[in-house]
Design a protein around this ligand. Structure first.
Ligand code: NAD
Length: 481
């Protein structure tokens, strides 16, 4: 480690001894600056999920000695909801990340990002291939295009020497994932961080920390409920981009790879057995109410008013589900309901995504996990119970109750009261938490560890493909050791 590196460590130590400084600063901001005497310079100090870290204004690549300058320069390939979300981090933390280019086949989408980030026409492309071919001067490519456009762009970006923020799923088949994994391992020193945003939330980081610290002894089993929420299910997994498996990918891959990633991340073990059941229970023609029209705007009022999934209710009357759209005006919503996929009756779509699925998992050492993906919940989120040899953790997505068998006591931990890590963004703070982690990885971490960041994601995908194969084979055991 360099002199600068040791300077950082000594700052951390002094800060730790002076709890008052940490506490007062962390409550109000994510980062602040300190003058470090022995380095004779200003250090930027920030709190990442793992604790306090210090930056020195310019950064040291501990492996190759190459400096990663701040802000990290990022090009967005796919300026949709995810691309704009990650780009928003650059607006919030301009000293850390700068958006230097955008590619999207939809000029309105790329234009919105270009305008927000002050990009000239030379930094705006149409198809992603044009952007990669232009070899823009940047550090990271964010691949945030639809599921079918992940593997090829990722491989092309790695070949061009870029680090990657790659949206999940990494591939739509296990063969695609293996092909990408071979490339990631071949490149070695390129960071490939998947959009597994849950990993980087304060809440799930705490859960992992408790497990690692053996707060409840050894984990024996986990019960995990993934609440999709009925409106989200109708929007994304029936009418929307992920309703049709052929066009996107199986529900258990696209939605639950986050959860499988968590299990692998928490346990640090490989999965040895998978069995799964699930189907499209409600969103099919058999459940279409008598007299229902193919589009909600044309549906008789008697049918439409009684329908929980009415597009008129969701997009026109309520404003709260407009976030995925670039143009959120009433006029745009009306046009979209008349002509677009989101105006369709949920019982007359081309969907085949399952709306509920249970997956039983066995991990090395006999740890078991019962995972349930459920569309028919009032709100979204995750609820988790972790059963250990010395206690139990009960999590509702915000708070954790840690019950100890030996003392028969319970601790309560509330993520909202935690200071420091970014919590204001979507996915419980995970969207910005992921960007924060990207910066941390590229500026502080040893590239030798990049592989683990990717390989946990790879294992989550392996589980998801096995679960889908099991579901299709009526619950047959897959991945058995
Ligand atoms: N990590 C998460 O929690 C999370 C959440 C939602 C979606 N996702 C994943 O993120 C990805 C993007 O999802 P989204 O909701 O942003 O979708 P989106 O449709 O809003 O955005 C995708 C964008 O890619 C653009 N695009 C399509 N083909 C292109 C091409 N050839 N070249 C350049 N741009 C192209 C589209 O025009 C669109 O603007 C998906 O794979 C999805 O599964 C991840």
């Amino acid at each position: 480690m360099s002199v600068e590196g040791w300077g950082c460590v000594s700052v951390c130590r002094r800060m730790s001894e002076n709890g008052a400084i940490i506490a007062s600063a962390s409550l109000v901001c994510k980062t602040f600056f300190l003058y470090v005497e022995n380095m004779g310079k200003l250090c930027k100090v920030s709190r990442s999920g793992m604790g306090w870290v210090c930056y020195t204004g310019s950064f040291l690549d501990v492996n190759g000695g190459e400096r990663m300058q701040l802000p990290i320069r990022m090009v967005i390939l796919g300026a949709g909801d995810r691309g704009r979300t990650y780009a928003a981090y650059a607006k919030a933390y301009p000293d850390e990340v700068k958006v230097v280019g955008v590619a999207d086949i939809n000029p309105a989408a790329s234009g919105a990002v270009a305008q927000a980030h002050g990009l000239g026409p030379e930094a705006v492309w149409g198809d992603w291939t044009e952007a990669v071919a232009a070899r823009p001067e940047c550090d990271v490519m964010a691949v945030t295009m639809p599921d079918a456009l992940h593997v090829e762009p990722a491989i092309a970006c790695l070949d061009a020497g870029y680090h990657l923020l790659l949206e999940k799923p990494m591939g739509r088949s296990w063969a695609e994932c293996e092909r990408l994994a071979a490339k990631v391992h071949e490149k070695g020193d390129r960071l490939v961080i998947l959009g597994h945003v849950l990993r980087y939330t304060v809440y799930f980081r705490k859960l992992r920390e408790l497990i690692a610290a053996k707060a409840i002894g050894d984990v024996v089993s986990i019960q995990h409920l993934e609440k999709v929420a009925y409106m989200h299910a109708a929007h994304s997994f029936c009418r929307g981009n992920w309703g049709n498996t052929e066009r996107s990918s199986p529900m258990i891959l696209q939605k639950c790879c986050h959860d499988f990633d968590q299990f692998v991340w928490w346990l640090g073990k490989r999965c040895t057995g998978v069995s799964s059941f699930g189907n499209t229970f409600l969103f099919n023609a058999a459940h279409r109410p008598e007299g229902a029209a193919a589009r909600c705007l044309e549906c008789p009022a008697t049918v439409e008013r009684a329908c929980a999934f009415s597009a008129r209710k969701i997009y026109l009357e309520r404003q709260d589900y407009r976030y995925p759209f670039v143009d959120k005006s009433d006029a745009a919503m009306l046009k979209m309901l008349r002509e677009g996929p989101y105006g369709r009756c949920v019982y007359a779509c081309d969907n085949d995504a399952v709306d509920h699925q249970v997956v039983n998992l066995r991990f090395e050492g006999g740890v078991t996990v019962a995972h349930q993906m459920e569309s028919f919940t009032y709100s979204g989120g995750r609820e988790t119970k972790i059963f250990g040899t010395r206690g139990e953790i009960v999590g509702d997505g915000r708070t954790l109750k840690i019950h100890h068998f030996d003392t028969r006591t319970t601790e309560l931990w509330d993520s909202v009261l935690e200071a420091g890590a970014p919590q204001g963004s979507g996915h419980g703070g995970g969207d910005f938490g992921l960007m924060d982690e990207l910066v941390r990885q590229l500026t502080e971490c040893d590239p030798a560890d990049y592989r683990e960041v990717f390989d946990v994601s790879l294992e989550s995908h392996r589980i998801a493909f096995a679960a889908e194969a099991s579901r299709r084979a009526n619950g047959a055991l897959m991945l058995a050791d």
